[in-house]
Design a protein around this ligand. Structure first.
Ligand SMILES: [Fe+2]
Ligand SMILES: [Fe+2]
Length: 168
């Protein structure tokens, strides 16, 4: 294979994290359904799909470099959040955790002079900038809405207009 055993393990670990992200956002979608916030539920379902696409990018890359895909157990995601805002705050915190993980992967690729993996990871570095910015913007929108019921209704409508996810 074109990559080290250590890199293979690290890439498989990131594959698991992307699948967990998909699982977590699906749990958030179900939470929003229960709260009758169908626009936010739709947004989170699309986010879950997007994370599955990320996971598949890792899957395809691992295969392409002749390494072995190893699927591990998925952690059980949280089911309830204190408020819609706190669910999006948790999503932002999760994206920060993923950014850190991608950066550590890239650090390893640089140390190993693994140019193939470094180049592959650059897409994810850019993607994480987008992911954090989007989540942060939504959290800011919640802060503007405050306790306003009509504001929450408008924000739900707005988030429900999100377009579908392009496939990898
Ligand atoms: Fe992701
Ligand atoms: Fe993400």
């Amino acid at each position: 294979m074109m990559i080290s055993k250590k890199m293979q393990d690290a890439l498989n670990s990131q594959l698991n994290k992307e699948l967990f992200s998909s699982y977590l956002y699906l749990a958030m979608a179900a939470y929003f359904e229960e709260e009758n916030l169908t626009g936010m539920a739709r947004w989170m379902k699309l986010q879950s799909d997007e994370e599955h696409v990320h996971a598949m990018k890792f899957y395809d890359f691992i295969i392409r470099v002749g390494a072995r895909v190893k699927l591990e157990k998925l952690e059980k995601p949280q089911e309830k959040w204190e408020s819609p805002q706190s669910a999006f705050e948790a999503a932002l915190e999760h994206e920060k955790f993923i950014t850190k993980s991608i950066n550590e992967l890239l650090d390893l690729a640089v140390v190993e002079k693994d140019h193939a993996t470094s180049t592959f990871l650059h897409w994810f570095v850019d993607e994480q900038v987008e992911e954090e910015a989007t989540a942060a913007e939504i959290v800011e929108n919640f802060k503007l809405v405050g306790e306003s019921k009509s504001g929450l209704f408008m924000l739900d409508r707005e988030l429900g207009r999100r377009g579908s996810v392009p496939q990898a």
